[in-house]
Design a protein around this ligand. Sequence first.
Ligand SMILES: Nc1nc2c(ncn2[C@@H]2O[C@H](COP(=O)(O)OP(=O)(O)OP(=O)(O)O)[C@@H](O)[C@H]2O)c(=O)[nH]1
Ligand SMILES: [Mg+2]
Length: 237
Amino acid sequence: VLRPSPTVTLAILTKNEIGGIRKIVPQIPRREFEAILAIDGASIDGSAELMQELDIPVFQQLSPGLGSAMMQARHQCKTTHLVYFHPDGNESVQDAARIATLLRSGSDFVVASRMLPGGRNEEDGQWLRFRKWGNWFFIAAANFFFSQTGQKLTDVTNGLRGISVELFDRMQLTSKDLTLDYQMCIRALKLGVIVKEFPTIEEPRIDGSTHFRSIPTGIAELRLLWSELQRNRRVRP
Ligand SMILES: Nc1nc2c(ncn2[C@@H]2O[C@H](COP(=O)(O)OP(=O)(O)OP(=O)(O)O)[C@@H](O)[C@H]2O)c(=O)[nH]1
Ligand SMILES: [Mg+2]
């Protein structure tokens, strides 16, 4: 099959993230992407206006939830591939560019991993690492229940990732909240798609506050895992 040569959109997701945007967005190596856009979740701090000043087309989110924003980015995307980026300070703009490069060289799905050797999770160095321990559980469960090829993923919840639009559509994703990241990884395993990972260093957020508290997030991820177990056979090709 002849495929068009890959083109990549950088999709920036923002909700009241003005401090991070001010520092991070000007550092984005925009030449690495054919297109750039932002989906804004009804920010009230001027995030959307600042993005527009920085020459980035902003689309107001039509329905709530981080997953909905990611799906809307897919619908606005006119390229063959898509990279998701969150300008709150957690993520490196160089790693976003690296994802674009990996997509261009043939990967269908690339996830920046905080758990691979050389990577770092924002909790590393702390004594209590509830989020990281939760992540370990969700990673182990995904690999145990869904891996078709023997591939073992090392990070299933990091939002810094890129995917081909074709694969995104083939995954038939349904999560409207932040569990969409986990659902994408599970669907990749179910479909037997190779997930390309590389180590990434997660820095602390710059400003503002988290949108996702640990316990409700953990419960949402558990529910997602449960529903993926229920529909285990439905997505297989
Ligand atoms: N468009 C849109 N963006 C969102 C929504 N919720 C969160 N975001 C953005 O998605 C990114 C991830 O949210 P965070 O609150 O940083 O989540 P996190 O990285 O798990 O938590 P921190 O450790 O606090 O950084 C940030 O850039 C947010 O601004 C939403 O509903 N819509
Ligand atoms: Mg963050």
